[in-house]
Unconditional design. Structure first.
Length: 308
């Protein structure tokens, strides 16, 4: 009798062990299902995307309170990616992480962490958004989903685009002209400025005239793009009043070429400045007054500035 009891107990324990489900794993069919969901999202295959959810699924994105249906969530996601020329999650094991856990109530969850990256169609600005998803799985389908991600950066960028599109024609023309000048600097091409200036054009730096026409401005530009082959300008802030445009800008570059008679130092610079551009009634720039710390620029290079 005792032997039968022990044999029965052994069978019970063995069966219990065999039926124990692993509570944590990074490989499972549920994880594969979530990966397929993400692939369908990235490819814009929305019909396939919907098949990963049960009809009664509730989706909570950036909220704990009111859940949306898969169809409602799909429309919201479509509205976001409609503003992009490309989007998707950074690839590679170091950028994507998925895990499956079973909680104390026996519910199965797949957690996802990734970095979403999109390029805005209107201005090619790149947006990065860290994303976390927790999805509850039943029989290989999603029954509930919680997602958290900060879209404030994208909203701010889209608002800025909308404001630019709604500018009065004159102001928008001035903004477009500044964008072309900046593009000319970043592509090391003077042609944009030539098309935007009149016969008389003056450029001053900290109150000193350094160019009296576009040809002299080109010589000034060549001095910098030769000294800094990766020379780049970024507009930090833009404003305008009447026929004047005010921009705060940041310049970066690496001194890999001869600069002002000095051999390359290989050092990087970051210089902040402010410019006032004046436009005449014909929509042509006549003056740029630029202000920046020239001594700081030379100090970053470890050079002595030329004597005035």
């Amino acid at each position: 009798m005792r032997k039968l009891f022990l044999l029965g107990l052994t069978l019970v324990l063995l069966t219990a062990c065999q039926n124990t489900t692993e509570r944590y794993t990074t490989t499972s069919t549920n994880i594969d299902e979530v990966k397929a969901l993400l692939n369908d999202y990235e490819s814009g295959n929305w019909d396939a995307w919907s098949t990963h959810y049960v009809d009664t699924a509730k989706i909570f994105h950036n909220t704990w309170k009111t859940g949306s249906t898969p169809a409602e969530t799909q429309e919201a996601l479509k509205a976001i990616v409609a503003n992009t020329s490309s989007y998707g999650f950074d690839k590679g094991e170091e950028n994507l992480f998925l895990e499956q856990t079973i909680d104390d109530d026996g519910k199965t969850w797949v957690n996802f962490w990734g970095n979403w990256r999109g390029t805005l169609a209107a201005n090619s600005q790149e947006i990065e958004i860290p994303v976390h998803l927790s999805v509850e799985m039943v029989d290989g389908k999603i029954v509930s989903e919680y997602g958290f991600y900060d879209v404030s950066q994208m909203q701010a960028a889209l608002q800025a685009i909308e404001m630019a599109n709604n500018m009065p024609v004159e102001e928008k023309a001035m903004k477009d002209a500044i964008d072309k000048v900046v593009l000319g600097w970043n592509t090391h091409d003077i042609s944009n400025l030539r098309s935007l200036t009149g016969e008389k054009f003056v450029r001053t730096a900290n109150g000193t005239v350094i160019a009296n026409n576009v040809d002299e401005y080109e010589q000034f530009m060549n001095t910098f793009v030769t000294g800094f082959p990766d020379f780049a300008v970024k507009v930090d802030k833009y404003d305008s009043k009447g026929n004047e445009v005010y921009i705060y800008w940041t310049v970066t570059g690496t001194n890999n070429g001869e600069f002002m008679g000095n051999a390359p130092t290989g050092k990087k610079i970051v210089t902040h400045g402010f410019s006032v551009w004046n436009m005449n009634k014909d929509g042509k720039f006549t003056i740029e007054d630029a202000f920046y710390d020239n001594l700081d620029l030379y100090n970053q290079l470890g050079l002595t500035p030329p004597k005035s």
